[in-house]
Design a protein around this ligand. Structure first.
Ligand SMILES: N[C@H](CCC[C@H](N)C(=O)O)C(=O)O
Length: 261
């Protein structure tokens, strides 16, 4: 037996993508998922995604972090899954699909995938920092000199602090570059390292920038490229009509013989 896979990336956040419409991928095998994501002994990725049929939606996306565990919502992974669905002929230019945090709509416009995110009801303040859920939990800290920051060490210290050590959190460091642009670097739980981009993290940072007065759409620079976040801010401090916009590409495809795993 062999596993056929595709490799996708969205602003440098990379995923092993598997067409699991026939339900033949052994998804309960945490060690296998972890192995496939291993950058030295496996294919290498920040996460693994299964595209599955669903009776009520165009498809369902099931996301695993690189540690092999089921993750929460993944914004870059979702954009990649929409691109994959388009390439498989499952959708045309519009999709309505199910992810870990519920229903999402998306549009394909040439290189860009526009992904609708769930509404965000509230943003918690923790000292000078912020904490919110955009499908995945995100801690947001504004800094100066984000390029020189030790994101691994600083991110880890927050992710493993008393409050977060049990369930973990993703940790974002943000710098304002102009009236309409921020620079975001993210330490991701489940990968337990910095990634080149985190879609739900970028969304969280753009919303906090919105709280501080930045107008929608917010342009976001990440190590792996550029994204855009559009949103509508409600007077009670919540957000709706949130869109994450950016590229998603297929990089290669292949097979892994199961006996080698
Ligand atoms: N890279 C993802 C986030 C994954 C979230 C994951 N690290 C978790 O908290 O389970 C993104 O583009 O949104």
């Amino acid at each position: 037996m062999a596993i056929s896979f595709y490799k996708y990336q969205g602003t440098g956040n990379d995923f092993v993508m598997v067409d699991n419409r026939k339900r033949n991928f052994p998804a309960e095998d945490e060690a296998l998922v972890k192995h496939l994501c291993d950058r030295r002994k496996g294919i290498g990725a920040d996460g693994l995604i299964l595209l599955q049929d669903h009776p009520d939606y165009d498809f369902e996306m099931v996301y695993y972090n690189a540690d092999g565990r089921v993750g929460s919502m993944c914004g870059n992974g979702a954009r990649c899954t929409v691109r994959f669905a388009r390439q498989l002929g499952v959708i045309e230019d519009v999709a309505c699909f199910l992810a870990a945090d519920g229903e999402h709509q998306a549009n394909v416009e040439r290189d860009l995938i526009q992904l609708k995110m769930n509404d965000v009801k509230s943003v918690e303040r923790i000292g000078e920092d912020y904490y919110l859920n955009t499908g995945s939990p995100h801690y947001v800290r504004f800094v100066e000199g984000v390029e020189a920051l030790d994101v691994y060490a600083e991110g880890r210290a927050i992710r493993y602090n008393e409050r977060f050590k049990e369930v973990g959190t993703n940790v974002n460091f943000v710098q304002r570059l102009s009236d309409s642009e921020i620079y975001v670097r993210t330490y991701e739980r489940g990968v337990e390292d910095e990634t080149l981009s985190c879609g739900t993290g970028v969304t969280a940072c753009a919303l906090v920038a919105g709280l501080q007065g930045m107008q929608s759409p917010v342009n976001v620079k990440v190590l792996g490229g550029e994204l855009q976040v559009a949103f509508e801010q409600v007077e009670d401090g919540s957000f709706k009509y949130i869109y994450l916009i950016g590229p998603a590409k297929q990089v290669f495809s292949g097979t892994v013989p199961l006996q080698q795993v």
